[in-house]
Design a protein around this ligand. Structure first.
Ligand code: SF4
Length: 189
């Protein structure tokens, strides 16, 4: 049996997660734009982890994860690896996840330190001071990376943000055990 089709044949509602890495949350806002379709989709799945629900730990046995945002710091890196290890189908959700997009604009500065210097010293309006508390802020990576540079991605859902219609189509296809065919529907930006 096709592995995606096995999702629908499992006799239970697929376990779905959404994850927020280095993005502006606009992709999640677009998810909420499903409006009344949210109830229809929610009835066909179990939302087990998301910034939209009160779950603190990413669980095991997730069927589908929509991951928003690029990988910009050490915490994103660790989270994404955990998500990959515990998820059957990982969807790169939005342009930042797919290409780096806005989050990766800082890559032109070449490394993390010039970014911090620019944000906290040169552009600061007050007495400049770099963040001192170790562990308070996850260390930035020198280069922002799209998801597929770190882990295997199963499906790509571009758009800044992807439209609610596209999110609905992709999720519905996966919940029905079909691989979404996005070739004629792709749009960046
Ligand atoms: S793709 Fe666009 S809407 Fe989504 S997180 Fe990135 S900047 Fe925000």
């Amino acid at each position: 049996m096709d592995p995606v089709a096995a999702l629908a044949a499992g006799g239970r509602r697929p376990r779905v997660a959404t994850v927020w890495l280095g993005g502006c949350s606009g992709c999640h806002m677009s998810f909420l734009d499903l409006d009344e379709r949210l109830a229809e989709v929610a009835a066909r799945m179990e939302l087990v982890y998301s910034p939209l629900v009160d779950a603190k730990v990413y669980p095991s046995g997730v069927d589908v994860a929509l991951v928003e945002g690029a990988v910009a710091n050490e915490e994103h890196l660790q989270t994404l690896r955990e998500v990959r290890a515990r998820t059957r189908y990982l969807v790169s959700f939005g342009d930042c996840a797919v290409t780096g997009n806005v989050t990766a604009c800082r890559n032109v500065l070449g490394a993390a330190l010039p970014v911090l210097r620019r944000a906290y010293l040169e552009a600061a309006d007050v007495t400049p001071q770099l963040p001192q508390a170790p562990g308070l802020v996850p260390p930035l990576l020198d280069r922002v990376r799209p998801l597929h540079e770190v882990v295997k991605v199963d499906f790509y859902l571009p758009g800044c943000p992807p439209t609610a219609d596209l999110i609905h189509y992709t999720l519905s296809e996966l919940l029905e055990g079909r691989a979404p065919d996005l070739r004629a529907r792709l749009r960046y930006g």
